[in-house]
Design a protein around this ligand. Structure first.
Ligand code: FMN
Length: 462
């Protein structure tokens, strides 16, 4: 058996997600995002295919950089309209037993005290199957609607994020002792108050004097996802993340990013292999290669060029409307996703991307590769990417929802299972146990959040 490949379905509570224009394809049902049954059916399908998790992305504003307007994004449904992903999870969890839920929540527009409570609640309700995709947001339009003049500068967002995480670790790990809750009906004591500690946090950005409002949940700290890819972003990921997401057009580019991340992880005193790295990948599978190619050609004809530019402009912070389609992209410092500019400029000096090429590439599945082929060919490609780049798994983007996931579960999963590359059944237990092994409900000792475990208890004992 080769190395186990981890699989996440990559989705968002919106229309079309990573493939602008494809919502208009007759087979696409992503407009059913408004319908809870749609999500419940999807969760059941993914669990049938033994996916590790569903990763729900989120943004808090319109993609309005292109042409200085939100019109293209609104018209072409470029990650808009977008509903809140959190509210889908209870229903999906109730319909499944093992699937993990990766929920994106931006910390830039949230207080740590509130966010910690949301995730503890979800960890209880999912029986320990929740993960937090830590983002600090990249859209100017979001910042303005949360009352800011504009976005907080790129690297400062990560400084704030560092302190935010410290506060949440204190709440999740340090505030309630393991045996604080006794639920003793005879003595009429639910919780021993001497075992619930105020965290007394007073930092540069946050002040949280009190105790966590929730009792300890199965995982305490949710599984931590992160996708920062700029140097500062990778530093943050190397320190905090248990699962890291990356996206790049070629194996060589992704490989460099993975090696850099693992090196940084080591520098933080963590085992580089403790970080599970996923890259974005979009499969278009047919029963035969010809069928897949036909599907691909058809899918391509539904991609929206304007929509793809709107998406790309939002990610990079660059307005492409003034560019000639044959003009090449050069590196520009940006306050949005710096790595989105970098992978298409600096990362491969031998390849200059024209705007047209970029839009065509991004139009299907965003910033990751598209693989077209028979089930065996797709399985070969996944194996190749793992071997070539050092990633541990994939965030599989869809072209048509839920058809892409149905095809994958029906056609590709059995082959991957036969090759011993993906799980044929789930481990029991929490999401963290399913990723790291039995008994691993909580953060590993080498993780910075672990230091907060029993912190206040020790202080009291001094
Ligand atoms: C696979 C993947 C998924 C992402 N999902 C989100 C998301 O849902 N919401 C968000 O605001 N940012 C998302 N991002 C962006 C990153 O979290 C991060 O903000 C971005 O890469 C900017 O950081 P950087 O400049 O350090 O790369 C995602 C990135 C990747 C690679």
């Amino acid at each position: 058996m080769g190395k186990r490949i981890y699989l996440n379905a990559f989705d968002m509570n919106t229309v079309g997600h990573q493939s602008p224009g494809l919502w208009s394809h007759p087979e696409d049902q992503s407009e059913r995002y408004r319908d809870l049954d749609y999500w419940v059916e999807l969760a059941r399908l993914l669990e049938k295919g033994k996916f590790d998790g569903i990763f729900l992305a989120d943004v808090l504003g319109f993609y309005d950089v292109h042409n200085g307007s939100k019109n293209a994004a609104v018209e072409q449904a470029v990650q808009a309209p977008a509903n809140d992903p959190l509210l889908l999870i209870s229903a999906m969890a109730n319909a499944t037993e093992h699937l993990g839920f990766g929920l994106t929540y931006s910390l830039t527009y949230e207080q740590p005290y509130m966010l910690a409570r949301r995730f503890s609640t979800l960890d209880h309700l999912t029986k320990g199957r929740i993960a937090w995709n830590i983002v600090s947001s990249y859209l100017e339009s979001a910042a303005k609607n949360f009352g800011l003049e504009g976005q907080i500068p790129h690297d400062k967002r990560y400084d704030i994020a560092d302190e935010f995480l410290d506060v949440t670790y204190k709440l999740w790990e340090g505030s309630w002792e393991d045996d604080a809750v006794v639920r003793d009906k005879e003595r009429k004591v639910y919780t021993d108050p001497s075992k619930v500690h105020d965290i007394n946090h007073e930092g540069e950005f946050f002040k949280v004097p009190g105790a966590h409002l929730c009792e300890p949940s199965p995982q305490r700290t949710p599984v931590l996802y992160q996708a920062g890819a700029s140097p500062r972003g990778r530093e943050f990921a190397a320190k905090h993340a248990e699962c890291v997401f990356t996206a790049g057009p070629t194996a060589n580019i992704v490989k460099k990013g993975v090696a850099d991340l693992r090196e940084r992880t080591k520098n933080h005193g963590r085992n580089p292999e403790d970080v599970i790295v996923y890259t974005v990948f979009t499969p278009i599978v047919g029963k035969t290669e010809e069928e897949a190619q036909k599907k691909y050609e058809e899918i391509k004809s539904y991609v929206s060029y304007e929509g793809a530019l709107a998406l790309l402009s939002g990610w990079t912070g660059i307005d492409f409307s003034g560019y000639d389609p044959d003009q090449t992209l050069e590196y520009i410092e940006s306050n949005a996703i710096q790595s989105a500019v970098e992978v298409f400029t600096k990362a491969d000096p031998n390849h200059k991307w024209t705007v047209r090429e970029l839009a065509t590439f991004v139009g299907i599945g965003g910033r990751g590769p598209v693989a077209v082929g028979s089930p065996e060919q797709i399985a070969d490609q996944l194996e190749y990417w793992v071997e070539e780049t050092g990633v541990d798994g994939f965030n599989l983007a869809y072209t048509l929802a839920p058809g892409s996931f149905e095809d994958f579960v029906e056609l590709v999963i059995p082959i991957l299972q036969e090759r011993g590359l993906v799980q044929t059944d789930y481990e029991e237990g929490t999401y963290r146990e399913k990723l790291y092994g039995k008994g691993q409900n909580h953060l590993k000792e080498s993780h910075p959040g672990f230091a907060y475990k029993n912190l206040y208890q020790q202080v009291k004992g001094v």
